[in-house]
Design a protein around this ligand. Structure first.
Ligand code: GUN
Ligand code: ZN
Length: 433
């Protein structure tokens, strides 16, 4: 048997939609199919054409009438916070100190890290998410557990050991030297192995001394192929404390700028309360602002200003930020993104939402030649979406006619129940869970 023919309604973006009427931004095949072989997409198009090109004995996975879209991508998530979701707190700093830093200490135990990592990957897949950029805990063994869990599912993931050497419990602190050494060893062990990518991860300026920032800068210089992930300008109290810890910096962004941590592979979680200067620097360096809607609402952090960032040509990604975020679902994430932008008087079309979860996030991660689309030659990470997954969705679908309408109800009413199946490098994963 050679290959697998995945049949259904195929939807993939080719560019960022200009507006809800921009039909040139995507390709859509009503009776479509993908031909998958050796983990890659070999052909995409009308079923009749793709089937003709396939061998006669090709296996067929018939997902009609469901939608076939690229596997969803989550650009910022904390894997050790899986059991800290839904913790009742005031805002960021109290939440970190009361719950998060307590929870993350458990990851010193490699067995615990492995237990959570396995369930974390399964939960992502149940929600149709095939790629994440994840923070692990300060413990190198948590990174090993994370990458091992991704590797045996053949998932494309980004991850890294959090570095923090102050303002956290002693059990969660490394030192500038040990953070550097551990990160170097982890990069040697995991970066570029199969579908795995390493992110150099100083948690945020509050938990890193200037000495640790220097060491982070050295790591970035020595490993230009790695990502960098950190948090920026999420919460007013956080910003005030950060400014007091780095009094010479012109602003919060200026700290990361000073240490050479900005660039096209830098993922900056939140970016809510930025000055004009900060927005300009983020744009100039090609760094990515990561919008985490459910987290920003749950922690009362503020309303992301997408228009301001877009008009300044800042690259934008979207993410759950579990456990500050409250759902693993990228559909729910876009639902909340839409509502945040409503409060800002900004509009997010459903075409844009689906672009952002797929090709948009792939571009933000510089992975668009591999994931985020269904173009032949790319890796076969695919989500199958059922717009009639619940009785209420079925009722609503009776009055939906246009594709954009269907996408909008999927995002507004959908969650893991709307993910009928997910393929990782061509292999079906959800039914087996
Ligand atoms: N800032 C620093 N660490 C964290 C974290 O774990 N979650 C969120 N939301 N913000 C942070
Ligand atoms: Zn975060």
């Amino acid at each position: 048997m050679t290959g697998l023919l995945i049949r259904g309604r195929v939807l993939t973006f080719v560019d960022e939609p200009r507006d809800i009427a921009d039909t040139a931004s995507y390709r859509y095949f009503e009776d479509g199919a993908l031909l998958v072989e050796d983990g890659r997409i070999m052909a995409m198009g009308d079923y009749a054409d793709v089937a003709r090109a396939a061998s006669a004995d090709v296996a067929v996975a018939d997902h009609r009438p469901h939608l076939i879209v690229p596997g969803l991508i989550d650009a910022h998530i904390h894997f050790p916070q899986m059991q800290a979701v839904a913790s009742y707190a005031a805002q960021l700093l109290e939440w970190l100190n009361t719950y998060t830093f307590v929870e993350e200490q458990k990851f010193a135990d490699e067995q615990h890290a492995e237990f959570v990592a396995e369930r974390f990957m399964d939960e992502l897949l149940r929600h149709g998410t095939t790629t994440v950029a994840a923070y692990c805990s300060v413990h190198p063994q948590s990174v090993d557990a994370f990458f091992r869990a991704a590797r045996h599912r053949n998932m494309c993931v980004i991850g890294g050991k959090v570095m923090m050497d102050r303002n956290a419990p002693p059990a969660l602190c490394d030192t500038p030297q040990s953070g550097y050494d551990d990160t170097n060893a982890l990069i040697a062990r995991w970066q570029g192995r199969g579908r795995l990518h390493y992110a150099i991860t100083p948690r945020f300026a509050i938990t890193s001394t200037p000495e640790q920032m220097e060491m982070s800068a050295a790591l970035v210089r020595e490993h230009p192929d790695c990502y960098i992930q950190t948090h920026l300008s999420e919460n007013r109290e956080e910003i005030a404390l950060t400014r007091s810890l780095y009094p010479d910096a012109p602003d919060y962004t200026g700290i990361y700028e000073h240490y050479g941590l900005l660039g096209r592979k830098t993922l900056l979680g939140h970016c809510i309360h930025l000055s004009e200067r900060e927005v300009k620097i983020i744009a100039e360096t090609g760094s990515v602002a990561v919008f985490c809607p459910t987290s920003n609402l749950f922690l009362g952090s503020g309303l992301f200003d997408r228009e301001k960032l877009k008009s300044n040509r800042v690259r934008i990604a979207v993410a759950t930020d579990i456990g500050g975020g409250t759902s693993f679902s990228m559909l729910k994430t876009m639902d909340e993104a839409y509502k945040i932008l409503q409060l800002r008087g900004q509009r997010l079309s459903p075409l844009h939402s689906f672009y952002m979860m797929t090709l948009g996030n792939a571009r933000a991660l510089s992975l668009e030649s591999r994931i985020g689309t269904l173009e032949p030659g790319t890796e076969a990470d695919v989500a199958i979406l059922d717009s009639r997954a619940t009785p209420a969705m079925r009722m609503r679908m009776e009055t939906a006619s246009a594709l954009a309408e269907e996408l909008f109800l999927l995002q507004t009413m959908g969650d893991d129940r709307a993910v009928a199946e997910v393929y990782v490098a061509g292999k079906p994963m959800k039914k087996a869970l």
